[in-house]
Design a protein around this ligand. Structure first.
Ligand SMILES: Nc1ncnc2c1ncn2[C@@H]1O[C@H](COP(=O)(O)OP(=O)(O)OP(=O)(O)O)[C@@H](O)[C@H]1O
Ligand SMILES: [Mg+2]
Length: 267
């Protein structure tokens, strides 16, 4: 099942990341180090900044302070004042850093964002053909391998509208993998799914971990965090409140804020 040609995971480093919306500081100096190949569960209360952090990691969002390193690529806040452009570089061409990061890190969302008018296989091959310039035959062959990996080979010629939520989400994962990323950023990708289909999607992610991809997963699935996460990060009110192994963070939180949150999510 493992793809021999899969590139290995990349490391991610965040230093002093500050993000404001108007006067509101939603990330308040986030520091975070993610080891290449690790699966990290990012948990925390609603509004704590999880989605904003993921968006800053792949240049979808500008930020106001600090730096983000993704593999060998770096993003920084503008040196002075606000920048109207997505992210401004202190060094070299920041736009090209954003492009490079988006090529090396895939992002998957809660609502799948598949093209409804394309088949499952076409959804997967489109990115490889247009972004990587793969020839259509190779892209289709690779697409079928990916569909097998997410256990959907029999669904290649269906449209997304004919799939369950869990199947759609697995197509979205296969589509992200078609660009041969070294990391995946997943934002609550199982939140809209029922328990059974949730399990199918989580099983695919656990496979990816075995293949060495770096995965950052915003999740409320505490069971997944225990089983599959190398590290658990708790982000609350724009700051990393806890970081450690699942056991450290979930069973022996050091802060009152973390205990309160965990008591709620673990019932
Ligand atoms: N585009 C925006 N404009 C203004 N405020 C925003 C914007 N996006 C997010 N925010 C605010 O930033 C804060 C962090 O939001 P974010 O979506 O990152 O939280 P989250 O941890 O992902 O929450 P949830 O668990 O509910 O998804 C929230 O207070 C939110 O209202
Ligand atoms: Mg969110």
């Amino acid at each position: 099942m493992a793809n021999e040609s899969s590139p290995s995971g990349l490391g991610i480093r965040v230093n002093g990341l500050v993000k404001r919306y108007g006067d509101r500081e939603v990330l308040r100096g986030v520091d975070l180090e993610i080891v290449a190949g690790h699966t990290v569960a990012l948990i925390g209360p609603s509004g704590g900044g999880k989605t904003t952090l993921l968006r800053c990691l792949n240049g979808l969002e500008s930020f106001d302070g600090g730096t983000v390193h993704v593999g060998e690529h770096a993003l920084s806040a503008p040196v002075q004042g606000r920048s109207p452009s997505p992210v401004k570089a202190p060094m070299g061409d920041q736009a090209s850093q954003v492009v490079a990061i988006r090529r090396s890190v895939g992002m998957i969302f809660q609502d799948f964002q598949l093209f409804p008018h394309l088949s499952v296989l076409e959804n997967i091959t489109a990115a490889a053909i247009w972004v990587l310039g793969e020839n259509p035959t190779t892209a289709r062959e690779n697409g079928m391998v990916l569909l097998e990996r997410v256990r959907l080979a029999d669904f290649a010629h269906r449209r997304p509208g004919q799939l369950s939520g869990g199947q759609k989400q697995r197509v979205a994962i296969a589509r992200a993998l078609a660009l041969r990323p070294r990391g995946l950023l997943c934002d609550e990708i199982t939140s809209a799914l029922d328990p059974e289909t949730k399990h199918e999607v989580l099983a695919v992610l656990e496979d990816l971990k075995q293949e060495g991809l770096t995965v950052v997963m915003v999740t409320h699935e505490i069971g997944f965090a225990r089983r599959a996460a190398d590290r658990v990060v708790l982000l609350a009110e724009g700051a990393v409140t806890e970081e450690g192994t699942a056991e450290q963070v979930l069973d022996r939180p050091r802060t009152e804020r973390a205990s309160r949150f965990l008591a709620r999510v673990m019932g």
